[in-house]
Design a protein around this ligand. Sequence first.
Ligand code: FE2
Length: 296
Amino acid sequence: MPISPAASANGVILENEFFSRNFDREPFAFEHNLAGHPLFDPEHLLRLARQMSADPRDIYYDAGDVRIDQRWDQTPVCDLPIDELLQRIETAGAWVVLRRAEKHPDFAALLDACMDEIQALSGRDMRASIKLRNAIVFINSPNRISTYHIDRECNCLLQIRGTKKVSVFDRDDRDVLPDAEVERFWAVDNNSAVYKPHLENRARVFELTPGRGVHVPVNAPHWVQNGPEVSVSLSINFHYHDALLADVYRANYWLRRLGLRPAPPRRSPLRDAVKSALYRSARAVHTTARRLVASR
Ligand SMILES: [Fe+2]
């Protein structure tokens, strides 16, 4: 059921025709009013980072030079405590991800408000289809690159401080993102997307300044170049229960490994339904067999 657009009036995200037209299909820019918000003051972010570091699953950081095409498992490890890294953020070449900012009640309220507004602006009731949602805070050193990748989450990235250029590609461009890379992503490798420098001119480049944001749909390839100052961004992130026919891609991954050339999803709803059901059955059999073996 559509939600009233009035719900977004005077909120965080400003009204924008692209939400209803392109949301979760194509990237687009929007504006918001979080620039200068006290929740993102350095002292507050330092306290939040300390809170997140109590559980290693809630925080990620690294530091050093990275290339656009670098895999996440090749990025330089940083063993400084987060306090120390944030004190050196101007020169550290760091990428800091506070993955669960919503554990702080003020960020939880902000996440709720943003999600309500995104639903209102997009005209979609996503409450039943969303499995998981997070408020993620990115803190980046000047000129730091965030490497090329695709995500399983749908995302609205709000720039709070500093600047960055976000290059986003069309997820349906099979030169940029071949089916085999999407299949690997959903089946076995979060970092399967391979950057193709000769296709860089197909990216749409969004220049983010405080108060501007970009929407990145599920699986749209992207990479980020930070500007010359420390950057702080908020990502409103959510996973769907059935993201982009993920089980069809997983089935296709295994069919391709058997030497077949499976048809991509969305050409035949019946074929997609059969593949998805077969994949889920095979996974259930596999899980049961493993439990039986483990219990012997
Ligand atoms: Fe991303």
